[in-house]
Write a protein of this length. Sequence first.
Lengths: 363, 413
Amino acid sequence: MPSEAEHAFLQFDQVKKSYDQKTLVVKGFDLDVDRGEFITLLGPSGSGKSTVLMMLAGFEGVTSGDIRVENKSITRTAPYKRNIGMVFQNYALFPHMTIAENLAYPLQVRKMAKPDVKDRVNEYLRLIEMPEFGGRYPGQLSGGQRQRVALARALIFEPSLILMDEPLGALDKKLREQMQYEITRLHEQLGFTVIYVTHDQTEALSMSSRIAVFNDGVVQQCAAPAELYERPKNAFVADFIGENNFIPGTVSAIDGAEAKVAIPGGEIIAVAGDGLVVGQKCVVSVRPEKLFIQPTSHAYDNEVTAAHVTHHYVGDFIRYYFRFADGTEINLKVLNDLAAPNFSAGQEGKLAWLKKDCIAFPA
Amino acid sequence: MENSLSREDGRNARRELNRRRIAAFALVIPLLVFIFFAFVAPIATILYRSVYNPVVSDLIPETLAALDAAEWDRADVPPDDVLNVFSAELSLLAQERLSGRLAEEINRAIPGMSSVVRSTSRAVRRMEQDTLLSEGGQTLLDANDRWGDVAVWRALQDAGAPYTEDYYLTALDLQRAEDGGIEARDGARIYVTLYTKTLRIALIITILTLILGYPLAYFLANAPSKSANMLMVFVLLPFWTSLLVRTTAWIALLQTNGVVNSFLMSIGVINEPMEILYTQTATILAMTHILLPFMILPLYSVMKGIDPSYLRAAMSMGGRPIPAFVRIYLPMTLPGLSAGALLVFIISVGYYITPALVGGTDGQMISNIIAFHMRESNNWELAAALGSLLLAIILLLYWVYDRFVGAGNIKLG
Ligand SMILES: Nc1ncnc2c1ncn2[C@@H]1O[C@H](COP(=O)(O)OP(=O)(O)OP(=O)(O)O)[C@@H](O)[C@H]1O
Ligand SMILES: [Mg+2]
């Protein structure tokens, strides 16, 4: 986390953007990024992720606010002077140039001497493990190979900052995982700073040092993956990251960081979310894998009663569906072992979980 | 597993392939038939016509045979018996009222011979064949002493060859020399001048449409689709109005007291009206306007397919806008650019109606002279030769283009 005293490497300061002079697409975007961090912007489609990236790269103007790199404003700097590498979703490799020429382009515009260009190109071809491919044209490469070349091309002029807008969106699952590994490897090896945009939350969770969850033009929460998953700041983040059950209830008491909540299946204790007040309606979020069916050997603080609806066999686990008296459905995952219980439809069961595994958000 | 096909498999694969080829061929048969009758056959006829002219050999076959039999050396007037045969044939032609045709053909080679042939044919018309065959030669020489000129007989023999390259020589401003070699024709070099002028005009038009069309196509391709569609209608509008109407509109604009001159005079740029109409400038202006869509459409369709991220990528890597445009964008538009340029150039090289209407004498192009020979001077053979040369020039240019740019680079849509 950037310290308060010193300025961060990259700072977004109340950045706003409107395309049509009427509505704001990005409303007050604030983010501090340290050198070498891998930051992912994650959010639903149309939430303004690409717009933020385009403003950072200089292809879209900033309506108001400021973007600073090393405490120098770049808001008015032309894109070709920003020294920011960018990987595009469609790779944007120049089809009329060979791979080597593609890689050489950013060096040539920087007037690097010819032999140096050649050495550097070869070095980066080796780095992406494609030393034989210099003479080929982009059209003669597979999707994954093109992606690697695009990555190398964005890195070869050693920019301090790399932007990637859904770089793996067009690849199939297997190749995507391979490329995720590749990007992480290069990031660790070369130590550049990354701003990464994706739809895919597993990708975000496994690669990033921090994730900024984006919705409706503002950052809902920016935190390390584990924190985001375990301690979501609001109901949107809790819902967007991973799976969650939401149980409606009413706050009956608040004791420090804990809240007592009355829900249809009984009274429970939950972590109190920001802005929770006594007597207020709220939703309690609890993840399916944190729930257990009684009898269980796991420790628990909360216990409620619900009727079994059905269960789905998924393979390594079984998903059970229960319904509370008011009709709210809740599901949980149980490991597919000998302890997995048998239920018939309508049969009552007791569900239990720890109070630290559920959070009450104001409704 | 064996990877190669067994014999049976190979046979099946070939049969399958053949079936598909036949099916594909059947689909294009109507087009091929149409192309044959509407395109290949007429062009072949034209080519043939430009070298084959049997008129004289049909009119005086005996004389030509006699010239061959006498092994005439072309140095002196042919022997008497040849002259006798000719006088007899001329008499026959006069009786059948065909001597005029002969006069016309010989007149083309030696101007002024028309009246000689006509008067002589009147003289021999009523004489007996036998008399002519024995002493007709003297009658010829008595009727007109030009029959004693060896050049006339040379012209007669040359015109008598059914296959001739004369029309091509004429079309290139050349002629046969006395000794049978090839020399420049004296007088103005009409046709070569006209060819160079035509190519120059076509080139200027191509460059103008390129200069005007490229930025517009770029703008259209990058505009939001709503306004792009609107503007596209304006680009296509010329296609929907008759060519004649558009050309006439240019006449209204450019004439001495037309819109352009009145406007320029009223704002005081010029004091006297400029002569624009019936000049080369008028031809170039009107044709640029008419051919502009042929440049814009291929460019637009190619540019439309170019993702804006290419230029962005170039800029993110530090390329300045103009060098990046030249190095990255321009090569990607090359297919549309060459298609458009080729299209405009080839169409304008053969353009007829606009130069005919607004070009005056100065703005005429090769097609106009071809039309002149077909409709007014009735010299179809020369028209055919001029047309074939035009075709050859275009094919040559295409070949050069293919060598340096590659025809595979053309993209029309
Ligand atoms: N050039 C533009 N002109 C006008 N509106 C735009 C433009 N680009 C994006 N928008 C609008 O801005 C909003 C945010 O778009 P943006 O592309 O940043 O979303 P995103 O988060 O990248 O979405 P996705 O995940 O689908 O890529 C959208 O509502 C979009 O319609
Ligand atoms: Mg996007």
